[in-house]
Design a protein around this ligand. Sequence first.
Ligand code: HEC
Length: 375
Amino acid sequence: MLLLTVGIWRLASGDDFPQQLNVHGGEAIYKAACAACHGTTGEGTPKALAGFDKPTSFPHFNKCDETTPEFTRDYKASIRDGGPARGFSPIMPSFSGVLSSSQMDEVIVYLRSLCKEKGWPLGELNVPRALVTEKAFPESETVLTTTVNAKGAPAVSNELDYERILGKRDQLELAVPFGWVQKETGGMTGGLGDIAIGDKHVLYSHLNDNPDGPLYESTGSILSVQGEVVLATGDQRRGLGAGEPSLGFFAAYDQLLPGQVFIQLQPGIDIPRHTEFGPRTAYLRTAVGRSFAGDGELGRLWSPMLEVIGNRDLTPGTKTDWDIVPEFQVTLNRRQHIRAAAGYRLPLNDTAGRPKQVIAYFIWDWFDGGLFEGW
Ligand code: HEC
């Protein structure tokens, strides 16, 4: 009787796949449950066969540039709870009760195999962005970071960062700083800082298979290098720029550890054109954190992190300045492509003239949709 009631309820609710699908192996599951809409090669079925107009965000699982940056947890949320779970169309049905969690993981591994080109870094290696430390993964996103002095002379500095993936392994970065500082005569003055243009290049990336669970619990690592030119667009006399162009180089190495723990390392160097404007400086930035999500690991993502930052002038006899930044990042919308983070930067030594600061950012990963989509 109970079974009959459940059966009638399911028919009435229009569920297309009323029963648990007893098929195993990613490819077999895909053919049985997904190919009718997504096509045998993952490019989608023609409208005449599928019977629906494809939303502009319809995925092409065979296109590496579209699929490799995606997070497995986002795929799994759409499969388990249907498109609306990530702010997509309800044409994408929920497979909860049809596929078990491990069947979903199997079919995602199969989706991942439809990109036939090697060498694309996988989205799982895209660790949460820290407030100061730069990560290795190339992205297409816009980030606005604001830093405010918590004590001492009032100052507000902002940086608008535009990042765009170029092909398989590169990313363009354009950083536009602007801010307000206190004038010597009192009052505040504001303006543009030194604009930087850079290119990030991935040297190595590897994600280990995780036969016992989803890819987002896998381990792996990614290494990139970035070179940038900093232009003297800021007004040095007003404290908004260095006064002359400089070059910057850094490496970024991110490691995924078991238990969704991650470590980010970024050693780098800044080289002004003439040292009378300022010394060469070197830095080491590190961030350690972990991601937590409710709703069976697919809900809102919280990532507490701790950064340790060392800065040093490359002149004899100078000491390294150390800071720590406790912080967290959180996803704001259902699609999880709009995120925010906040933290507190605390100088540990040499604290004269180095105020405590509140730092916050807002990220829009426009690769995954518009600013107002997916809420
Ligand atoms: C009834 C047709 C239909 C079936 C059956 C179907 N899908 Fe979909 N799926 C869609 C549509 C349409 C979208 C695009 C939704 C959008 O972009 O708004 C989609 C989106 C997705 C996405 C989201 C991609 C992204 O960009 O994050 C994933 C993942 C997905 N489908 C996987 C599957 C899997 C795996 C199966 C089989 C277990 C499956 N789908 C079965 C129609 C379907």
